[in-house]
Design a protein around this ligand. Structure first.
Ligand code: CGF
Length: 836
């Protein structure tokens, strides 16, 4: 092979101009000062912490770009198969600290900004979270990008650049959740690069016609065209130069999103009110399990999948390869059903624009896509009304009908005359109106389908997609248990523990943070009293850090010589925060009747809740209100306040989780069995040495398999019992007084006005008194017994610390590096593509 030709101008001049990575403190201060002066147009005498953050971030971005450019060049040269992760949510949190860690420049920047008169902690604290996600699904996507770069995989993310991320949660004095917009881009976002040269036109509405050129092809014409503009976010790998890309699309603005109704408190109204082009990427839908049937949401989904596919297709076509080879170079992961329109969209491109036959196109499609299911909750399975689809995407509806026709013909062939099966499996659900079942479309259009933990994947195979497994075979339906990045969720959020682990394992942090199973080397140290002392001291300092945070943000004093008991996640009936608060009330009532001698034996406990409720989710909002008002009573009661404190921390976010998780002794993951697909915060707590109190659900099960059941506090009914119990509730109800007197007493105390003397909580209490769909009355007694076991175990501090150490030591499986490599190897067939 001859020497490559330099593409433009004088090679030496170019080469001399290419800036390498900043390495020394001197390089860094120069680059920060340069950004202060040029990018921000400020100077030493008028720069504040926010400005210093921005200048430091821009300087770090320059460094990321050096690696980012080389990474893209490496891919262009080697042309490996690439994977694309399509996710409507990427819950990134803050970037600066993570970028510094991954670049290996943390100490240098710390020193550099200090020389310029700033503290790195203050600067880091100025960054706003990028909160383009609701919860687990979006945070998982963020962890996977980190792991993709860290394992040097050619993996890009595609999402939407929402102008407003997840709402800010405010709590009124009465305990009501209020929503305020999250204008996260107001201070500018140093982490993105607008690519005004990368744009696509995306069509909506109009009509599907036959072309007049005699080919009989369908042509989609008319309607509205919206421009998609790319914004690139660099995703650095830890300890590697690989810096992948997250491409977020913005719809080009014509008219602003309706801030007026937003400010007037009508969040959903504001979301719906404007349907113009720029509204498409205005705001993240704030629901994690529903929000279907809304035209704007459908437009978001299509806008994003169509722009992403156009971009992927353009990159593929640059290679001049036949289209049949598309799946040899492209794997597309559908994160939940949200991007499922990519399936008919790729069909449309291949048939209408590229002139392939239906069969050729379908072969390409079904070898390109992979689908991850994240929930089996029936209310969360996406369906789109046929009339809406027909209106917004007329050509796609035709394609979906054709996919359905051919699919049902094949089913009919295998099961002749089985009408019921056909109706169950159809992509179209009959009714008024008819609806398209997106999970069915995602399943049949994909090469592999997976759930996110063993139990959940089993449930997918045996419930919602059972017929499909029978028809297509088990091998297509598999599992990849979720994971979390140990960089953010241990090293960054718990630096002292990370340092202790590095010292104890006597290997470089670069090594164990990328091979998390090495944590097993901690096991023998659990027997070493000095090590336990050091371990416990770190937990204590993390509690103090959390207490300082609560003091500075809420002005409340948290005692730190108590057990910290934490439940943080979206507020949802199935996650059963209600069970937790009822348990707290039970504890309070018990304390109230104890003698001083009895109380002296009690373990002081501080209970923390945090989480947002979907703005229209009334029962979830009532749960928050109850927690806040119970907290007022308990924290103000001189009889009990030394033994029990309760806090609801507003505006849960990635950054708040980073403070809460390392401080926890015990965390609660108490969903009704079979409802929480995986959970990922359970992994974060355990990795940080917090023990788990939970039901036999989701990834709790696999965590217990790894860390040992003796280190986990399990309670409650198992998944197979749930259906029968629900049936009993409906057809043979037993009054709560009879079934669970302790629970009945708690409910009655609330009704009697102990936490406010109106009947505001009755609708919430009635969900339990009436059909109790989430089985609180069935699990309450065993929950209380499990809490007592936790108390008892905590009395023996040395044993508790051993459990804590052994838990962390056995969490290696849950690194997102393991998970992403499973996707890469068993699904996508892509390989690490490092470069020098
Ligand atoms: O996805 C979830 C979360 N709520 O975002 N689902 N969705 N949709 C599941 O409920 C969690 O159990 C899961 O851990 C997460 C990521 O897979």
């Amino acid at each position: 092979a001859g020497k490559e030709q330099w593409p433009r101008g004088e090679e030496e001049v170019w080469r001399a101009g290419i800036r390498g990575l900043d390495k020394t403190v001197d390089d860094i201060t120069k680059s920060v000062v340069n950004h202060v002066q040029t990018s921000l147009a400020r100077q030493a005498y008028n720069i504040d912490d926010l400005g210093a953050y921005q200048a430091a971030a821009l300087s770090v971005r320059d460094n990321l770009l050096v690696n980012w450019n080389e990474t893209q060049l490496n891919y262009t040269k080697k042309n490996p198969k690439r994977a694309y992760y399509l996710s409507l949510e990427f819950l990134m949190g803050r970037t600066l600290d993570n970028a510094l860690l991954n670049l290996g420049l943390k100490d240098e920047y710390k020193d550099g900004v200090q020389k310029l008169g700033f503290s790195i902690e203050d600067i880091l604290d100025k960054e706003r979270d990028a909160a383009l996600g609701n919860g687990g699904l979006g945070r998982l996507a963020a962890c996977y990008l980190d792991s993709g770069s860290s394992t040097e995989l050619p993996l890009w993310g595609y999402g939407l650049r929402y102008k407003y991320g997840i709402f800010q949660q405010l709590i009124s004095p009465e305990g009501n959740q209020l929503e305020a917009p999250d204008p996260w881009l107001d201070n500018q976002n140093p982490w993105e690069l607008p690519r005004l040269d990368v744009t696509y036109e995306i069509r909506f509405y109009g009509r599907s016609e036959r072309s007049h050129d005699g080919s009989g092809r369908a042509v989609w014409a008319g309607g509205q065209e919206v421009v998609a503009v790319a914004y690139d976010v660099m995703i650095p790998g830890y300890g590697t130069k690989t810096t992948n890309n997250l491409r977020l699309w913005e719809s080009r603005s014509k008219r602003g999103f309706d801030l007026n109704s937003f400010n007037a408190g009508n969040y959903e109204g504001a979301v719906e009110s404007s349907n113009s082009a720029d509204a498409i990427t205005s705001v993240l839908y704030p629901n994690d399990h529903t929000s279907f049937g809304k035209e704007l949401r459908l437009k978001q989904q299509y806008f994003w999948t169509a722009a992403s596919l156009a971009d992927i297709m353009r990159r593929f076509k640059n290679q001049n390869k036949p289209l049949a080879q598309f799946p040899d170079f492209v794997a597309i992961q559908l994160n939940d059903t949200h991007p499922t329109l990519a399936i008919p969209e790729l069909m449309r491109i291949l048939i209408d624009e590229e002139d392939l036959t239906w069969d050729q196109a379908w072969t390409i499609v079904t070898n390109t896509f992979f689908y991850t299911n994240h929930t089996v909750l029936p209310e969360a399975l996406e369906k789109w009304p046929v009339p809406l689809l027909e209106h917004v995407l007329p050509r796609h509806l035709q394609i979906i009908y054709d996919i359905n026709l051919f699919f049902l013909q094949a089913v009919e062939k295998k099961y002749p005359g089985d009408r019921e099966r056909l109706a169950r499996m159809s992509l179209i659900e009959e009714g008024q109106p008819k609806q398209v079942r997106m999970a069915h479309l995602a399943a049949i259009g994909s090469r592999k389908v997976n759930g996110v933990a063993e139990l959940h994947s089993d449930l997918v195979r045996t419930t919602i997609l059972k017929d499909f497994v029978e028809f297509e075979g088990l091998s297509k339906y598999s599992n990849v248990t979720n994971g979390i990045t140990p960089r953010r969720w241990l090293d960054q959020c718990n630096p002292e523990l990370s340092a202790l682990i590095t010292k104890t394992l006597a290997v470089d942090k670069n090594v164990w943070l990328k091979d998390l199973k090495l944590l097993k080397g901690l096991i023998p140290h659990a027997e070493d009293a000095d090590f336990r002392k050091a371990w416990a001291a770190i937990k204590q300092r993390n509690k103090e850090r959390l207490a300082a945070h609560v003091q500075s943000t809420l002005g409340l004093t948290v005692r730190t010589d108590a057990m910290f008991d934490v439940q943080i996640k979206r507020i949802h009936e199935y996650k059963r925060q209600t069970l937790n608060i009822l348990g707290v009330i039970h504890r309070y009532l018990t304390l109230k009747v104890m003698t001083p001698e009895e109380k002296a034996k009690v373990n002081p406990r501080v209970v923390f809740f945090a989480g947002k409720a979907a703005p229209a989710y009334y029962i979830a909002k009532l749960t928050i209100r109850l927690i806040v008002n119970v907290a007022k009573v308990i924290n103000g009661d001189p009889d009990t306040k030394d033994y029990l404190q309760l806090y609801f921390l507003p505006d849960y976010s990635v950054s708040l989780a980073e403070v809460l998780i390392p401080a926890s002794d015990i965390s609660q993951h108490i969903s009704t069995a079979g409802t929480e697909a995986s959970g990922t915060s359970n992994m974060k707590f355990c990795l940080n040495g917090g023990l788990l109190l939970g039901t036999v659900d989701g990834a709790n099960i696999e965590i217990a398999e790894e860390v040992g059941e003796s280190n986990v506090f399990f309670f409650g009914h198992l998944t197979p019992a749930v259906e029968d119990l629900r049936y009993q509730h409906l057809y043979h109800p037993v009054p709560i007084e009879e079934k669970c007197p302790a629970l009945a007493n708690v409910l009655n105390q609330i009704s009697s006005g102990l936490f406010g003397n109106d009947d505001i909580y009755e609708p919430l209490l009635n969900t339990i008194r009436q059909n109790d769909y989430y089985l609180l009355s069935d699990d309450f007694d065993s929950y209380i017994a499990a809490l007592a076991m936790v108390d008892e175990a905590y009395q023996d501090k040395e044993e508790w610390i051993k459990k804590s150490i052994n838990t962390t030591a056995n969490m290696g499986k849950f690194s997102s590096d393991r998970a992403i490599l499973e996707y890469a190897e068993s699904f996508w067939n892509i390989e690490p593509t490092p470069f020098k």
